[in-house]
Design a protein around this ligand. Structure first.
Ligand code: SF4
Length: 189
């Protein structure tokens, strides 16, 4: 895979510059609440694996947050297994792949869940606020909202990408990890 690599020390900067909205949202909620429910842990955890976060760094990352909520001991007992599992180190040792947009868009988050695709799940007001926070303003916001109204969530995400990076994305967004690697390619020049 040609995904770029990230390390723990610059994960916050990279999240701001190169994560698609679905992952930014999970990342911010985790930093805020020091907790994510199962669906969010899977969606963000596998994405982070896909962007090259090593298992040891992933464990340190999740533990730092969860410890503040449930304590380090409970993290080790209840949560570290599933992270190792995602990396193929437990159970059937399957090396799980990060979720595609299609899979994320078709998920059905419940109350208190933060996974799924924000273009599909956010209220118009929350989506506008999230877009502004990403630096999308003016006409670009209206263009994104038009795509959302027509249920073209991946096109809405593609327009967001283009507005944020000031660069076209001809292939369109079909995977959060593609969003990330396309973004990193632009950032590195
Ligand atoms: Fe994430 Fe894909 Fe939705 Fe963009 S379109 S926010 S990458 S699920």
């Amino acid at each position: 895979k040609e995904f770029a690599q990230i390390s723990l020390k610059d994960i916050d900067d990279v999240a701001k510059s190169s994560f698609p909205l679905c992952m930014r949202h999970l990342f911010e909620k985790l930093r805020e609440d020091h907790h994510l429910k199962h669906g969010g842990r899977m969606q963000l955890g596998l994405f982070l694996k896909g962007v090259g976060l090593k298992l040891d760094d992933a464990l340190a990352f999740w533990k730092a947050e969860f410890s503040r909520k449930v304590g380090a001991e409970r993290f080790d007992k209840e949560y570290s297994y599933s992270i190792r599992h995602n990396y193929g180190k437990e159970g059937k040792r399957t090396d799980y792949t990060p979720y595609s947009c299609q899979k994320i868009i078709s998920s059905t988050p419940g109350v208190g869940d933060h996974h799924g695709c924000p273009y599909r799940n956010f209220s118009e007001e929350n989506l506008r606020a999230a877009l502004n926070k990403m630096g999308v303003t003016g006409r670009a916001v209206g263009d994104v909202m038009d795509k959302v109204r027509n249920r073209h969530y991946q096109l809405a995400c593609t327009l967001t990408f283009e507005a944020v990076h000031g660069s076209s994305c001809d292939a369109g967004i079909n995977h959060p990890n593609q969003y990330f690697s396309d973004s990193q390619k632009i950032m590195q020049f």
